[in-house]
Design a protein around this ligand. Structure first.
Ligand SMILES: Cc1ncc(C[n+]2csc(CCOP(=O)(O)OP(=O)(O)O)c2C)c(N)n1
Ligand SMILES: [Mg+2]
Length: 576
């Protein structure tokens, strides 16, 4: 066991140490799971956490452990915990911490660190780095605990900072010496702090609610946009009531899909361009006007003078970030939506019939256009053929969690696969980051106990693929489907120089990713047709056994950057 424990003096019963105090502080605050990678100075700490009944999920790389922690935060509203070693482990976890902050997921990155005296004099300690200074620029808050007596308050501060207001990533720096520091056990116990109401309700001002309802009432072509903040809030019933009582068409952002079913009669997902361009009043619920919504202006949005925005967000400075917000409603989503519901009263006039008709006929037209493509049995498979069968599988298994990343694999799956329940779709989030797939899949399985279907581009999977060993080791009900088109966007590019190196976007042709999982005792399947894919996924979802399916796609099937090729910079000069 712990070296420190072995070295303790005889009177150990009256004493405690940093190891135990950190564990006690985490347990007192309801931490049940830690995602991390062991090593100096946190190896014994991880063992002791496991011994004390905290579930410790050991990963192969800290970045994936961090993504798992961030998704645990999204799914549970409790900060997900990632534990790493110093310098390199810390840096590996830091990407995930920044990702959590950008996405407003509560997460705490706890990293061991080297001796302060040596680090501060830059004397070259083992894994020396001023981690606190670096972390500060990349997360919501960062703290360091130097004394055992401050562990309680340090942990409490980290939890509250991560979960309250707009949630985000928090860094907690624990120098190696802290773990072995000894103090009186009774005083140690008293120093612990239980965080009461980590994310207090923030009630919107009544006049803000009234203003919003007045603007909404004036609408001829209203639209509600649901963001992942709305999914995070777990105010599912209230949100559904607000949408249904107003009768307004709604558009879910990708991780808000399923908050109301994508098949709901008011869902405008398949008429996105129409509703964005033509709506006159848009109510944003937990959705930001960032690049994913074209900043609320420009071609996507049509005439700027004929539109007003109502925005519901917990962060006041989100308002007017890109365009004028006619009716800002600041507060937590649950409280704001409840207040709006109350303000609606018993009789709210439905939106004008011609608007509803415009939206539904566009939606039905687009859905009908797509239908035959999803039934194709092309050989080699294309995205639509493969996604057509996965769409049906998800429909038949609405409790399963869908994880999705890639470029074409992401953009097409997002549009094609309907989601039926809240927080059942996890993806690349605000940054469009590659590599979140396996961490998200692992956290989803651990936190919810539900089966997971991860649809991964072959490139996206490469960022986190080694974690299939983790999936096998913990025997998690995860089925990974790799859309293998031999590369990034496509597998058909050629080296423009005519040299023998492959093009920058292509991978080994005909790679057999299914063989990888067999190395760890999982089930590997090579699927070359929609029928084979369907059979293999259904078998995996029924058995709950770790499975990896190599779905062989036409290497020419994808398009550059999926649906966001327009973001690639262009020069006025001709390409060479
Ligand atoms: C961390 C990170 N690195 C690089 C990128 C750039 N990028 C965007 S999509 C993508 C991979 C797309 O290929 P794949 O996952 O195979 O999907 P496909 O389009 O082929 O279906 C990459 C590398 C990114 N988004 N995130
Ligand atoms: Mg690919």
């Amino acid at each position: 066991m712990a070296e420190a424990a072995v070295k303790q003096p005889v009177e150990e019963r009256e004493l405690t140490d940093g190891f135990h105090l950190i564990i006690d502080a985490l347990k007192l605050n309801g931490v049940k799971t830690i995602y991390g990678v062991p090593g100096i100075p946190i190896t014994d700490f991880g063992r002791m956490c496991q011994g004390a009944g905290i579930r410790v999920i050991s990963f192969r790389h800290e970045q994936n452990a961090g993504y798992a922690a961030s998704i645990a935060g999204f799914l549970t509203k409790q900060p997900g915990i990632c534990l790493t070693v110093s310098a390199p482990g810390f840096l590996n976890g830091l990407t995930a911490l920044a990702h959590a902050t950008t996405n407003c997921f509560p997460m705490i990155l706890i990293s061991g660190s080297s001796e302060r005296e040596i680090v501060d004099l830059a004397q070259g300690d083992y894994e020396e780095m001023d981690q606190l200074a670096i972390a500060k620029t990349m997360c919501k808050a960062a703290y360091r605990v130097l004394h055992a007596a401050d562990i309680g308050i340090g942990v409490a501060r980290a939890i509250r900072a991560a979960a309250s207001g707009r949630p985000g990533g928090v860094y907690l720096d624990l120098p190696a010496k802290l773990f072995g520091q000894v103090m009186d056990a009774e005083a140690g116990k008293k120093s612990l702090v239980k965080v009461i109401d980590a994310a207090p309700a923030q009630i919107p001002a009544p006049e803000a609610v009234k203003r919003a309802l007045d603007v909404l009432k004036s609408a001829k072509r209203p639209l509600i946009i649901l963001g992942k903040g709305a999914a995070y809030a777990q105010a599912d019933d209230a949100i559904r009531s607000l949408v249904e009582k107003t009768g307004i068409p709604f558009l879910p952002m990708s991780m808000a899909k399923g908050l109301l079913p994508d098949t709901h009669p008011q869902c405008a997902g398949a008429a996105r361009s129409t509703v964005l361009a033509q709506s006159d009043v848009v109510m944003l619920i937990g959705a930001r006007l960032n690049w994913l919504l074209s900043h609320g202006k420009g071609k996507t949005w049509g005439d700027p003078h004929s539109r007003k925005f109502i925005q519901i967000d917990i962060e006041p400075k989100e308002m007017d970030s890109n365009v004028e917000i006619a009716a800002p409603v600041v507060g937590d989503i649950g409280s704001c939506v409840s207040a709006l519901l109350q303000g609606l009263g018993g009789h709210w006039p439905p939106p004008p019939a011609d608007w509803i008709k415009t939206v539904t006929s566009k939606r039905d037209e687009n859905v009908a256009k797509m239908a035959p493509r999803l039934m194709n049995n092309n050989h080699p498979m294309d995205y639509h053929g493969a996604l057509g069968v996965l769409r049906t599988i998800v429909k038949e298994r609405p409790d399963a969690i869908l994880v999705n990343e890639g470029a074409n694999t992401l953009d097409l799956a997002r549009g094609i696969i309907d989601v039926y329940k809240p927080r059942k779709r996890l993806d690349v989030g605000t940054w469009g980051i590659m590599g979140v797939g396996m961490g998200s899949a692992i956290a989803a399985a651990i936190e919810t106990g539900k089966p997971v279907l991860a649809i991964e581009g072959d490139s996206a999977f490469g960022f986190c693929g080694m974690e299939i060993e983790t999936i096998c080791r913990y025997n998690l009900p995860v089925c990974v489907v790799i859309f293998n088109n031999d590369g990034i966007y496509r597998g058909t590019d050629v080296n423009p120089s005519g040299g023998s190196d492959p093009a920058t976007t292509v991978f080994v042709k005909g790679a057999r990713y299914d063989k990888m999982i067999e190395a760890f005792g999982g089930i590997g399947v090579n699927a070359t047709s929609p029928d084979e894919l369907k059979r293999a996924v259904n078998a995996a979802m029924d058995s709950g056994k770790p499975t990896l399916i190599n779905a062989v796609l036409d290497p020419a099937a994808g398009s550059e950057s999926g649906r966001i090729g327009n973001l690639n910079p262009q020069s006025a000069l001709k390409k060479k």
